[in-house]
Design a binder for this molecule. Structure first.
Ligand SMILES: [Zn+2]
Length: 308
């Protein structure tokens, strides 16, 4: 009985060590690194205060190697600069998530994640009801900083002389502070502020913030790209009269990781640099629709918009 238990224990230990070494994503300079796992590691080192790692950029270069050595020195591990299983285990004591090696294979391809069954991209009527109608003009093209730019005036009901001042607020958050282009706050509609704040904290508790590597803005008064009515100055309209205004004009949308999820392109696959696909489930649960699920050939993988 004793021998059987001992053998069982030895077998279990051997299996665990072998399995552990084979299954985790190890990283090294020049190694076969999964880009999203490099991002996870770089973000972890930044959060540990090891700023030598530089930016979260999915590239395990000399800075990542040096920062890894610093972490290993702190943990009294051999300072070879490779993220091996001993280094991963040390990191896991500080909350680092160690994934199964099948994680990305189970989330591959353009069809993952599937569109939500209970959420759709909001239409113009819904936005005007939820975020309120505004009056706007469009200047002659020479006076716009981009062809789609509009100039928002007052609210349609006359209650606010300046719709933007009455409705657009700053959400200050440090959770994107590692992302390129982020200045410490989101400019969003006051009706979207709390939902966005909740989503950012959800992504933090999901341990997914390493996926956010650049920020491309929120409130942006404009038509949808490519739907500018023309070059001439446009007379004043109400937002209820224009069906092609962007969600950004209402302050209910934001864009991240634009470079890897350009409008019209297939969004970066899960595990690749700049992929946002893992962020979608929590976004949907928080009421945000992902532009990667837009139909009609208008895929927009950088884009998230409040839809509930
Ligand atoms: Zn967008």
């Amino acid at each position: 009985m004793q021998i059987r238990r001992l053998l069982h224990l030895i077998f279990a230990l051997m299996f665990r060590v072998r399995g552990g070494m084979a299954m985790a994503f190890t990283l090294s300079r020049g190694g076969n690194n999964v880009p999203a796992e490099v991002q996870r590691w770089q973000y972890f080192l930044l959060r540990r205060g090891i700023s030598q790692v530089g930016r979260v950029d999915a590239d395990f270069g000399s800075k990542s190697e040096e920062a890894t050595r610093i972490f290993q020195l702190q943990q009294q591990l051999p300072t070879h600069g490779k993220v091996d299983s001993a280094t991963l285990n040390a990191a896991s004591q500080y909350g680092y998530t160690i994934l199964d090696s099948g994680y990305y294979a189970a989330r591959s391809g353009a069809g993952w994640p599937a569109p939500p069954g209970d959420l759709s991209s909001p239409g113009s009527a819904w936005r005007n009801t939820k975020f309120s109608c505004f009056r706007f003009v469009q200047k002659q093209n020479a006076y716009r900083d981009r062809p789609e730019r509009i100039v928002i005036k007052g609210s349609c009901d006359g209650a606010a002389a300046d719709w933007t001042q009455a409705n657009i607020v700053d959400l200050n958050s440090s959770l994107f502070s590692h992302a390129d282009g982020y200045r410490g706050y989101f400019r969003v509609h006051r009706e979207a502020r709390d939902a966005l704040d909740a989503l950012l904290h959800q992504w933090q508790s999901d341990d997914l913030l390493h996926l956010v590597i650049s920020f491309a803005g929120a409130f942006d008064p404009r038509y949808i790209f490519g739907h500018n009515p023309g070059n001439a100055a446009q007379p004043e309209l109400k937002s209820t009269d224009a069906s092609k205004l962007s969600n950004h004009a209402f302050g209910s949308a934001f864009d991240i990781n634009a470079t890897w999820n350009w409008i019209g392109d297939v969004p970066a696959f899960c595990g690749r640099k700049g992929s946002v696909r893992e962020l979608v489930a929590s976004a949907n649960a928080a009421g945000f629709y992902w532009g990667g699920h837009f139909g009609g050939g208008r895929v927009d993988g950088m884009h998230f918009e409040l839809a509930r």
